[in-house]
Design a binder for this molecule. Structure first.
Ligand SMILES: Nc1nc2c(c(=O)[nH]1)N[C@H]1C(S)=C(S)[C@@H](COP(=O)(O)O)O[C@H]1N2
Ligand SMILES: [Mo]
Length: 199
């Protein structure tokens, strides 16, 4: 009962049904970063897959860009309550990045240039639902939005979509990232309003 009245109570009468509860549409594309934008030229960028894997993987920018990429359109939802519908991206599926490493754990800990971290379940970044994105609106991803490349997990709150991603660490138990250790939810499903631990 409480859950139902909360979800319906927060939805504005004129809000499209495609918006999760409590969210509103925003103009433009807000930038939300704690701290400065790290200067991260593609030359020095690598993407590593480490931790509980059979074979570690380390991709240079050239190797990463040689992987098959996808163009996809998705909605994004920030926990501060703004959403954008129909955003257009290009990226490499996380399935493709993990192909051949032999994952031996159910959790992913994500590390970024600049120190940001977040945690996810492996099932939330596999099965065609997450990408390492390198282009937005048919242009190279702006540094402020995570360029040269960011994780994009559009079905979860956007704090999970780590900008300037450098490393995916596969773990057999959950390790909390930056916001999660402050009490944000380990999973962060916007349709269930999983903002804070216990939601
Ligand atoms: N490296 C890094 N990634 C990050 C953040 C950050 O501070 N550092 N902020 C997160 C949060 S809280 C949000 S809402 C989104 C915002 O993405 P945007 O700036 O492209 O809108 O990035 C997420 N990824
Ligand atoms: Mo956020």
């Amino acid at each position: 009962m409480a859950i139902i009245s909360r979800a319906f109570g927060r939805r504005r009468a004129d809000a499209p049904a495609t918006l999760p509860p409590g969210q509103h549409l925003v103009d433009g594309f807000p930038v939300l970063t704690t701290g400065p934008t790290p200067g991260m030229p593609p030359d020095g960028w690598t993407l590593e897959v480490t931790g509980a894997v059979d074979r570690e993987r380390r991709l240079s920018w050239e190797q990463f860009r040689a992987l098959p990429a996808e163009t996809f359109t998705c909605d994004v939802h920030c926990v501060t309550a703004w959403s954008k519908l129909g955003t257009r991206w290009q990226g490499v599926s996380v399935d493709t990045v993990l192909d051949g490493v032999g994952v031996g754990g159910a959790f992913v800990w994500v590390e970024c240039e600049g120190g940001y971290t977040t945690n996810l379940r492996l099932t939330d970044v596999t099965g065609g639902r997450a990408w390492i994105a390198f282009a937005y609106d048919d242009a190279p991803l702006e540094p402020t939005h995570g360029g040269p490349a960011r994780l994009l997990v559009p079905h979860l709150y956007l704090w999970k979509s780590a900008k300037w991603v450098r490393r995916l660490v596969i773990l057999d138990r959950e390790r909390r990232g930056c916001w999660e250790s402050f009490g944000y939810h380990d999973r962060g499903d916007p349709w269930r309003e999983q903002r804070y631990r216990g939601d």
